[in-house]
Design a protein around this ligand. Structure first.
Ligand code: F6R
Length: 238
């Protein structure tokens, strides 16, 4: 696990963009594993700016998102589908049919997503981290062997995400569909981003803790190409 400490959110986003740009420039057919949430927004802004200025070509790229809420229509303003359109997809030339975002609430939906993932290898997987150590929506105590599955979101995660739902936890969906930890670990390269003091404990546990499903991100200790890009606050317990 390579740790890159940077000053702040902007520097974290710059560094993440450099890694992404290298992957996409070297391989026009790159498969991008993408995350939502506050953390990767700066990365997506830089990808959009770069696309506008340098016409980086995404025509042959594909993308696979980590997760989606259950119970929100795709067009809901807080769905991850809407998030990705708004922050990235409507601004770049990745064809619609190359974009994959899990959707649905059944085992069949999970298997269909996993089957699509099985057709490719993700070249670069972008991850954020939950303050409880989750990656994707794999909450603490999720077995490392899980593929795409349905999860019950923990109260802590729903509280953390209530800021997107008028600070009202009751509006935050209780379930999500997520790529599993086994699915995430198949990526060739993983870039985990974290910014802010509220991530410091999770980052310290991920780096120094025993590999254990109680902190899902500790599984990354076993992956041979992980770059962790953390700002000073998120790195404050390293
Ligand atoms: C989002 C995802 C989550 C987030 C994590 C951090 O697709 O999979 O694991 O990365 O909850 O969220 P933020 O970035 O909002 O702090």
């Amino acid at each position: 696990m390579k740790i890159m400490k940077v000053k702040n959110y902007d520097e974290m986003s710059d560094a993440a963009f450099q890694v992404m740009k290298e992957v996409v420039s070297e391989n026009p057919n790159a498969v991008l594993g993408l995350a939502t949430g506050s953390t990767p927004i700066g990365l997506y802004e830089r990808m959009v700016k770069d696309y506008q200025e340098h016409h980086t070509n995404y025509a042959k790229c594909q993308s696979f998102n980590l997760d989606e809420y259950i119970g929100l229509a795709q067009g809901h303003e807080q769905s991850y589908f809407t998030f990705m359109q708004k922050h990235l997809f409507k601004h770049i030339n990745m064809p619609k049919e190359h974009i994959h975002i899990p959707y649905g609430n059944s085992e069949v939906d999970c298997q269909a997503y996993e089957k699509a993932l099985d057709q490719v290898q993700v070249d670069i997987q972008v991850l954020g981290i939950g303050s409880n150590g989750h990656i994707g929506f794999n909450e603490p105590n999720t077995p490392f062997t899980k593929e795409t599955h349905i999860v019950n979101l923990m109260k802590k995660t729903r509280q953390d995400n209530a800021r997107f739902f008028e600070n009202d936890i009751d509006q935050v969906p209780k379930q999500a569909i997520t790529m599993g930890i086994a699915s995430i670990m198949k990526a060739k390269k993983i870039v985990l981003l974290a910014s802010g003091e509220h991530k410091a404990d999770a980052i310290a546990t991920m780096v120094y803790g025993t590999k254990d499903p109680i902190c899902p991100a500790t599984v990354l200790q076993d992956h041979d190409d992980v770059i962790v890009i953390v700002d000073e606050a998120a790195a404050s317990k390293l």
